[in-house]
Design a protein around this ligand. Structure first.
Ligand code: 5GP
Ligand code: MN
Length: 338
């Protein structure tokens, strides 16, 4: 974020504004953590602010302070639309193009508000008045910490803000182990603990609140895993029937894709999850090292993300999607073996 942008944001926030904060569809820990942290900060500074999520978010994030205030665009549609129309500023957090917010896209395009984007995904599109994009950042939460520091307000980080930011950094870095984790990330996390983030509690609430059905679904996913040694690739499929059999709830499959990467030698892991209601296969891609799943997802599966973590979708059946995926790998054999 350059000096001009900081000055402009400061100027905007001197006046009372009607602010809407938007995370991406199927929000994860970073999306919910960053929107909640910014919401607390703006409210504490006398602004009127509302978080509008395109849809619901996972059970294991429902404990986060302020979460009960989040409007769900699918469920609280008329209230949410009214807020967007009246908004003077819209913050969009943790996504790089408006296609990532589903049905909300057209409403944001038509809004009169000044849009401020804060995000760390590759190839951001140019829809915002002010864009703070940095693909080297571990998480949008780390950027929100920077943002508050830019505004000279890091002393206004309360324990609620601190735990929201801590949780988003923790989930987006795989508990501080992905290559996006820098010494700066650790400094930010240390500051957040000093400001009152209860770190052990956050870990327990996110990772140690499994249900038996989720663990059984994980067992099913691991049983379904296909290992393609020639391509150092492992993929998992989960059909709607399997999800139903294990009483799938939103967020239950979070993290399943990473198991492929724990196999020695495997550098590309994928999960294909059938969603009958939306008529799509939701795909998560993960890699270790140079192989860019962002490029792979963009090129073949209408998606994107980061070099080592990306998402996408397919409109054909689960079987056809997996078959198509396998057929693509021969073109990447050298890359996947280097
Ligand atoms: P996940 O696989 O956990 O859904 O997503 C992995 C990463 O890729 C996240 O940072 C997520 O925001 C991003 N991502 C997921 N799906 C898409 C997509 O369809 N398009 C883009 N551009 N990014 C995505
Ligand atoms: Mn993120």
């Amino acid at each position: 974020m350059n000096l001009e942008d900081i000055k402009e944001v400061k100027k905007l926030l001197l006046k009372p504004q009607s602010i809407v904060i938007v995370p991406h569809k199927n929000p994860d820990g970073d999306a919910i953590g960053s929107t909640l942290a910014l919401w607390h900060y703006l409210k504490n500074n006398g602004q009127e602010a509302t978080i509008i999520a395109p849809n619901d978010y996972p059970r294991f994030l429902k404990w986060m302070p302020g979460g009960e205030q989040i409007l769900n665009f699918e469920k609280e549609n008329s209230q949410a639309k009214e807020k967007i129309v009246k908004a003077t500023i819209i913050f969009t957090l943790d996504f790089n193009h408006l296609g990532r917010i589903g049905q909300m896209e057209s409403y944001l395009e038509e809004a009169n508000a000044s849009i401020i984007m804060i995000d760390h995904h590759q190839a951001p599109s140019d829809y915002a008045k002010i864009t703070y994009s940095d693909v080297s950042m571990s998480s949008t939460c780390e950027m929100i910490y920077n943002f508050m520091e830019f505004l000279g307000d890091d002393d206004k980080i309360t324990p609620e803000i601190a735990v929201c930011l801590y949780t988003g950094i923790m989930t987006d870095t795989g508990s501080f182990k992905y290559s996006s984790t820098t010494s700066r990330t650790h400094k930010v996390v240390a500051a957040l603990i000093e400001k009152g983030a209860e770190n052990t509690k956050a870990h327990n609430l996110v990772y140690d609140t499994n249900t038996p059905s989720r663990l059984h679904l994980l067992g099913c996913a691991l049983k379904n895993m296909v290992i393609l040694k020639d391509y150092n690739t492992a993929y998992i499929t989960l059909s709607q029937e399997e999800l139903d059999a294990y009483e799938f709830q939103k967020g239950d499959t979070e993290g399943f894709v990473n198991y492929g990467l724990t196999l020695s030698g495997i550098c590309f892991a994928v999960i294909f999850i059938e969603n009958k209601e939306e008529g799509i296969i939701k795909i998560s891609f993960r890699s270790e090292g140079e192989f860019s799943v962002n490029e792979f997802a963009q090129k073949h599966f209408n998606g994107g993300g980061h070099t080592n973590a990306a998402g996408g979708r397919s409109n054909v059946s689960l079987e056809e999607t997996a078959k198509y995926f396998v057929s693509l790998l021969k073109d990447y054999k050298t890359q996947l073996n280097s």
